[in-house]
Write a protein of this length. Structure first.
Length: 350
């Protein structure tokens, strides 16, 4: 039992972000607007990800689909965290095999100096318009459902910019970080300023909450995170906090970094499935928490899926401040009926 709602006018998701009691546990899914739905696959058959993100009307349609289909407690704007690379001058290209690639990856310190100055209000205007149109669609059809805006964290974007694509080890990133610490911090400074401004503008465009994705940072140890990442993530969050909306700080494979991520900031700390929810919550302290069902569990038989959902809820123990989510994004091929079953199970839990 999660208690009595703090306010009839405050959606459960926003109340949970602020650690206020709710009448049910709110639930949404990372990557809920995307590749597992027939509607999205139909859109992708005609356009690649970059083309979709340049069309605010289509972004809004894709972002609203999970609210209607699944009954989730929050919508998130469909986007890719690497989209700021285009105005920065790094360039993006879509390859059928391997997804988005960086045209001009950072290889040496002088490449950092060449990055263009970005005005998010102008250079990312199409993304902000996607936020506005999604919010307008929610207001018209699902007025009690909040909207989440998002951005990649500085380390994750830096790793994409240096590696040229997603990397499990981030070896080139670490080498650049160690060999060129001044250039590294200059790069992170530029990214932090851009991302903080971009997130703030998303809130002004209608986002009710913001999520900072650090999906690559789990490759680091605590000392490296403290020296090379924490100050920059903290700066993004401090800048975004001026918008006055809750901020979710999420990373993958970050069980060893949770205290440091909490130190960097965020009203809500998102955790992946590699650590039990109750153990993670004990470590992040006086924060709300988001998570943390293994995305692969959505492919399990219904009894096993239900057992795992109930285990996450049991570990939350009805404390105010739990937002049910996956420990990372929805995988391609995930059955829609499994996602709907999870929403129903979470909402029925008392």
């Amino acid at each position: 039992m999660t208690g009595i709602a703090h306010s009839r006018r405050e959606p459960a998701f926003l109340a949970a972000c602020r650690r206020r009691p709710t009448d049910r546990t709110p639930v949404w899914f990372m990557r809920q607007a995307g590749r597992y739905t027939p509607e999205y696959r139909a859109a992708r058959a005609r356009r690649n990800v970059l083309a979709i993100c340049r069309r605010p009307k289509l972004v809004a349609q894709i972002s609203l689909q999970p609210v209607e289909r699944l009954g989730v407690d929050a919508a998130i704007v469909f986007a890719d965290v690497r989209l700021p690379f285009e105005p920065l001058g790094l360039g993006l290209a879509y390859a059928e095999q391997g997804g988005l690639k960086v045209w001009h990856p950072i290889r040496r310190p002088t490449d950092v100096d060449k990055l263009k100055r970005v005005d998010p209000a102008r250079d990312l205007a199409h993304l902000l318009e996607g936020v506005r149109q999604t919010k307008a669609g929610l207001t018209a059809r699902f007025p009690d459902t909040p909207l989440i805006g998002s951005a990649g964290a500085p380390f994750t974007l830096a790793s994409y910019a240096i590696e040229g694509a997603a990397s499990g080890t981030c070896n080139a990133t670490k080498r650049f970080m160690y060999e060129h610490p001044e250039a590294w911090h200059a790069l992170m400074d530029k990214l932090a300023a851009l991302l903080g401004s971009f997130l703030t503008l998303q809130a002004a465009a209608g986002a009710d909450a913001l999520q900072l994705f650090d999906s690559s940072v789990g490759c680091l140890g605590c000392d490296d995170y403290r020296e090379y990442v924490l100050p920059h993530s903290k700066r993004v969050i401090e800048l975004a906090a001026t918008a006055g909306v809750p901020i979710i700080h999420f990373g993958t494979d970050t069980a060893t970094l949770l205290e440091l991520m909490a130190q960097a900031g965020g009203d809500v700390i998102g955790v992946d499935w590699r650590i039990p929810l109750d153990a993670a919550w004990a470590r992040v302290g006086d924060r709300a928490i988001q998570g943390n069902l293994d995305p692969s569990a959505l492919h399990a038989p219904p009894p096993e899926l239900e057992r795992r959902v109930q285990d996450v809820l049991r570990r939350a123990h009805g404390r105010p401040g739990h937002i049910f989510n996956l420990g990372h994004g929805i995988q391609p091929g995930t059955p829609v009926k499994s996602l709907k079953a999870v929403v129903d199970l979470v909402h029925a839990h008392r």
